[in-house]
Design a protein around this ligand. Sequence first.
Ligand code: GLU
Length: 283
Amino acid sequence: MYRGRIAPTPTGLLHLGHARTFAQAAAFARAANGKLVLRIEDLDAARCKPHFTTSAIEDLIWLGIHWQEGPGCGGPHAPYIQSQRVTWFNEVWKMLQASGTIYPCDKSRQDVERALVAPHAEDDAEPIFPTTLRPDNHAGKEATSPGNSNWRFRVPDSENIYFDDSIQGPQSFTAGKDFGDFLIWRKDGMPSYEMAVVADDHAMDITHVVRGADLLKSTARQILLYRALNWTIPQWSHVPLINDANGQRLSKRAAGLSIQELRNKGLTPAEVLTAPVVSLIGK
Ligand code: GLU
């Protein structure tokens, strides 16, 4: 049974890029006679605001995107709000700890702050964590809880991580070169984006992940987590990003293309989802 999901982060208004990616996720689920789950990824307490969750839900409804599990409809995997799922994330930390792939690490505050949100293209310039700073294999082995430390995943140096993306085709990233040991846990008791998304896609039995192409490299990191946890990897579909007339990527920060604004300008859901982007920018 196909189970897809849409997973907005309520740090701002949904924009055109979100709308089209989510519509694609909904269309794939519908075509496969499957289910769509709505999950709110609000781990970044400082930047996520409840009113952005409310407006995201309103926008999704207005766009005609329907989900069968999640806020507003409940379901067997509740809660669907990540900030309410920390008990589960602690369990997954224990599983990773048992797999021997993680270690405690103290690193700059900025690095750690960034770990809570998905690394979208413009900010995935994360420096590769130097292997010289990696502790020996025994570090943290006796820990039974994450405590007050950040924790990193030890990547298999030089190994190529392959996956076949249903939209982008075959992909390959090299551990230690394209990305290094990445944060899975923050010392304030929250999992990183990479860990939380894997924990929840697994817990919610997600079979198909449809999201923006800026998360391709994250997928390679996530595959390593699936492997360490011995979990089945979903099928990946990364939707091309939308650019404006100057080739600039649209993002939440780009003025004028929030769904609310497009709605207020009198556009219909069909126009928002299908009209050429250049024609929407000018409106
Ligand atoms: N909440 C994440 C985001 O805003 C979702 C990423 C994903 O779909 O895995 O980008």
